[in-house]
Design a protein. Structure first.
Length: 340
């Protein structure tokens, strides 16, 4: 079978790899679409995602939709459309028993954090544990279903905030995660949603999703003390500081955007003076189920997808995904799809 493989920094190819054979408790999927995430971009352009260095050929991709190819246990019929929860959880730990996504020792599709690496879904066929499979409604196209994993990230951020119903929400950074967080906040009943970015095209996409207001921070300031909940999706220090200023007194800040594991300059004075509640938000627990339902109910969320390229054009797909002015979510199409 064919798979997109990252061998190291700026070294990517479409290669022939062995066809996986499922064991008991596993399901083999025929992948239709794999979305390109920020971590995939780091693995390709930097040869590493933070401290996780590519040490062997790595198949990227954890935003996956497809159909069942083979289920040895016969529980899922061939052709059944599915999305994938990309995590396998580690060992339960005291204090976070109810949050398995925080347990140590887990793994994530398309990640060099483990050895051997956990291979991802940018391949024609993919083996996953049955617990990772989410059967899709017949009315949900596989193309849109590829957004389930990143939308679950946004839904988890909203949940970490304690909900947003009736609240004034600010989403900083209108890349793919920011856009899907806008969709999540709207779906969860936010009174108003404002999106910020440094480029016009991402802000236009946020408005198309239903954001009530957009702010180009290269031209206009984000109003101070104006938001009940801030969902920070950029990971840029200046944006984080601005988000602290924008939150109202005793407001809530949730940090979804990843930051490098190193000291960075951030002004914490507003956190202290306004008694802000600041949360981290890491991946998600089980919000992918809610994401599937929301994608089925809200077709316009598919507008986040701006490009779909075949695996043969992976280099072009990664370049597009890196350019946030040119693209929102970029999908790599693998083989024939359920929608065809």
């Amino acid at each position: 079978m064919r798979a997109v493989v990252i061998n190291g920094k700026e070294d990517i190819e479409l290669a022939e790899v062995p066809t996986p054979v499922p064991a008991a408790g596993q399901v083999r999927l025929r992948v239709a679409y794999a979305g390109i995430c920020g971590s995939d971009l780091h693995y390709y352009y930097d040869g590493a995602n933070g401290a996780f260095v590519v040490r062997e050929p790595l198949v990227p991709g954890h935003e996956v939709s497809g159909t069942v190819d083979l289920d040895p246990d016969g529980e899922l019929a061939p052709g059944t459309p599915v999305a994938v929860h990309p995590a396998t959880f580690g060992q339960a730990q005291h204090g976070v028993e109810d949050r398995p996504h925080l347990w140590p020792g887990g793994a994530y599709l398309g990640s060099a954090s483990t050895w051997p690496h956990t291979q991802g879904g940018m391949s024609e066929l993919l083996l996953v544990d049955r617990s990772m499979v989410r059967v899709l409604p017949a009315s949900l196209p596989l193309r849109r279903a590829a957004l389930a994993e990143p939308l679950a990230v946004g839904l988890h951020g909203v949940a970490v905030a304690g909900g947003v119903e009736g609240r004034r929400v600010l989403v900083t950074g209108a890349g793919p995660i920011g856009l899907l967080t806008v969709a999540a906040a709207l779906a969860r009943g936010a009174d108003t949603v404002t999106a910020t970015d440094v480029l016009p095209a991402p802000l236009e996409r946020a408005a198309a999703l239903g954001a009530h207001h957009t702010i180009d921070v290269t031209r206009d300031e984000v109003p101070a003390e104006s938001f009940d909940v801030v969902l920070e999706c950029s990971g840029v220090p200046a944006s984080i500081t601005s988000a602290f200023v924008a939150a109202r007194r005793a407001g809530v800040h949730v940090q979804l955007g990843m930051v490098p594991d190193e000291p960075r300059g951030i002004n914490l004075a507003p956190v202290i003076a306004k008694e802000l509640t600041v949360h981290g938000s890491f991946r998600f627990r089980d919000e992918i189920d809610a994401a599937v339902s929301l994608l089925d109910a809200e077709p316009r969320i598919e507008r986040v997808i701006t490009h779909e390229l075949p695996a043969e054009r992976a280099v072009e797909a990664f370049a597009l995904a890196r350019d946030s002015q040119a693209s929102g979510k970029v999908l790599v199409a693998l083989g024939r799809t359920h929608d065809a």
